[in-house]
Design a protein around this ligand. Structure first.
Ligand code: AMP
Ligand code: MG
Length: 328
């Protein structure tokens, strides 16, 4: 769906949910809230519906989508899940963890959803509205973040409309997202667990469950081969982003973490108390707000410790600050 068609704004009540499920069954696109960010959903078993996701987002076809399920049993039924994968799934699902596993021979998910790879990224979200929608729809839902490719992820229905109004059938409004950054992506398709993307489940929590977890290679080229969507520039506001700021220029806007730097005029506070979990919730809203500050020439970001959810926040900020040539 493209151009000037209207996008329905649905409430998360019985009428809205029923309509959202009906639109998904018809093969159209419905954005919906999860605990991480808003997803742009389509029937994962319908190749045309999946293709429409790539078109609406302007997403490169080599960047695979995450497939969402209402239960652990349904998710593992489409992939090769050994005892290790099942244990991780039981521990963290429903929740903000995506597992990359090999597709099995009877997996009905359109190949395009996985960008033609022999693996599939699967997740059981824990937001009650997302779970209810998945149950009502009765099919796996492929859903990347509901933003134009390369731009800032949406954590409210208004953010979704900002980027996709007129390009999708509907948005199901479940309020602001309680975690605010995307799911952690963990590759369990090989012998060693590999962290492809830090996110809502911390590395510390994964290691407590699994033992050592390899970090994905930091080079965009190597990482891009293993997880095609993880190209460097992503989550990008229009203004340039400068990390690790210890001072701020008068014409810069400041993304603060803890007491703001002196001299800052335009400030968005991620967490006055210096709490990374709170910063994750506010990150994308902060980037969007500062991007609209009249007269600002750039966004300076104060340092955030690289532990817990701080890793996911820093990962998004690094990509927001990356050269804009290559987009995920
Ligand atoms: P998004 O839904 O926009 O947050 O993006 C999902 C991300 O999950 C993609 O950018 C990929 O990098 C990653 N992903 C999805 N499927 C796979 C897969 N089969 N193998 C590796 N990474 C994947
Ligand atoms: Mg995304």
């Amino acid at each position: 769906m493209m151009g000037n068609a209207t996008t329905e704004l649905l409430q998360a009540d019985e009428t809205g949910m029923t309509r959202a499920a009906q639109l998904l069954r018809q093969g159209t696109l419905v954005a919906f809230g999860t605990e991480t960010v808003y997803g742009l959903g389509a029937d994962a078993t319908n190749a045309e519906a999946v293709a429409a996701i790539f078109a609406a987002k302007g997403r490169p076809r080599f960047n695979p989508l995450i497939c969402h399920y209402p239960t652990v049993e349904e998710a593992v039924a489409h992939v090769v899940a050994d005892e290790r994968a099942r244990m991780v799934a039981r521990t963290f699902w429903p929740g903000p963890l995506t597992l990359v596993l090999r597709r099995n021979s009877h997996c009905p998910v359109a190949l395009l959803a996985g960008a033609g790879l022999d693996t599939l990224a699967v997740r059981v979200p824990r937001h009650p509205v997302a779970l209810a929608l998945l149950r009502l729809a009765g099919m796996p839902i492929a859903a990347p973040s509901a933003n134009r490719s390369g731009r800032v992820s949406p954590t409210s229905a208004a953010h979704v409309l900002d980027g996709l109004e007129g390009r999708i059938a509907a948005v199901l409004d479940s309020g602001p997202c309680p975690i605010g950054v995307e799911s952690t992506v963990l590759d369990l398709s090989g012998p060693e667990p590999v962290l492809l993307r830090p996110g809502g489940v911390t590395l510390e929590a994964l290691q407590a469950c699994l033992g050592p977890v390899q970090p994905a290679a930091s080079s965009a080229v190597v990482q891009g081969l293993r997880s095609p969507g993880m190209l460097d520039s992503h989550y990008a506001p229009t203004l340039p982003v400068r990390l690790g700021a210890s001072s701020v220029a008068p014409e810069e806007a400041l993304l603060a973490f803890g007491p703001p730097l002196s001299g800052a005029g335009r400030v968005f506070q991620l967490s006055a108390a210096g709490d990374a979990t709170e910063a994750a919730v506010k990150l994308f809203e902060g980037l969007r707000r500062l991007d609209r500050e009249p007269g600002a020439i750039g966004i300076a970001v104060m340092p955030i410790p690289d532990v817990g959810l701080g890793r996911a926040v820093n990962d998004r900020l690094r990509r927001a600050a990356a050269p804009r040539g290559v987009q995920g």
